[in-house]
Design a protein around this ligand. Structure first.
Ligand code: PEP
Length: 231
């Protein structure tokens, strides 16, 4: 079971430290924890409770890429885990599949664990066509090595991210079954996961964990979800 906390553009360096300190008091059982703080809170954290990853990075060692961080900056802190293809990168910052594919190839070559996000928009979902949803997701898998041994795939319907709307367990099951035909790697769900719904979501066949945004920002809430996931 995997639970990942995506801080997005929340928390500071100081509050991330305090968060981790509190998190260390938990008995996480068999749950593998990942924490994705903002760039300014990345550090060589001396912690065994969670693996620290970056929310994004550019596919170069270093160079003239204003506003980006690359391999050199991640290596300084021993970061070997990365989210790629998050819907906020795709839709708010216009990351193309081509760019995401380039990033994937680069960080795969560097042996990174990659949390790769896929998910349909509200418009595609409302088209009512399962075929359309499948082909949308297939496009997001184009150019991605779905057999990569350090790949974790998160199904994150765009309309469910940060909106409080969660996909039904039936819809999650259908989509994870579809993704299972594409990859043997772990499959997660993400989209308004919270203490009230995490138990049902984690019971969906093929669901091996959750990528959690909003509900992970408060450490007590995240710990509540870890305790539920442990059961
Ligand atoms: C996310 O950012 O990956 C996410 C799932 O966010 P939220 O839990 O807020 O919907």
């Amino acid at each position: 079971m995997i639970l990942a906390a995506n801080f997005k553009m929340n928390h500071t360096r100081a509050s991330t430290r305090a968060y981790l300190q509190k998190l260390e008091s938990i008995d996480k059982g068999d749950v593998a924890l990942y924490l994705f703080p903002p760039f300014t809170a990345l550090d060589n954290y001396d912690t065994a409770v969670a693996t620290i990853g970056a929310q994004n990075a550019y596919c170069a060692q270093s160079g003239s890429y204003t506003g980006e961080i690359g391999l050199e900056q991640l290596e300084e802190f021993g970061i070997k885990t990365l989210i790629l293809g998050h819907s906020e990168r795709r839709h708010l910052f216009g990351e193309s599949q081509e760019l995401i594919t380039k990033k994937f190839a680069f960080f795969k070559e560097q042996g990174f664990t990659i949390f790769y996000c896929v998910g349909e928009t509200q418009e595609v979902r409302e088209s009512g066509s399962t075929e359309l949803i499948y082909s949308y997701i297939e496009q997001q898998l184009e150019g991605i090595d779905v057999a990569y041994e350090k790949l974790i795939v998160a199904y994150e319907p765009v309309w469910a991210i940060g909106t409080g709307k969660t996909a039904t367990t039936e819809d999650i099951a259908t989509m994870l079954e579809f993704l299972r035909t594409k990859t043997k790697r772990p499959l997660l769900y993400g989209g308004s996961v919270k203490p009230q719904n995490i138990a049902q979501i984690l019971q969906v066949p093929e669901c091996e964990g959750a990528l959690i945004g909003t509900a992970s920002w408060n450490v007590d809430t995240f710990m509540t979800m870890i305790n539920i996931a442990k059961e």
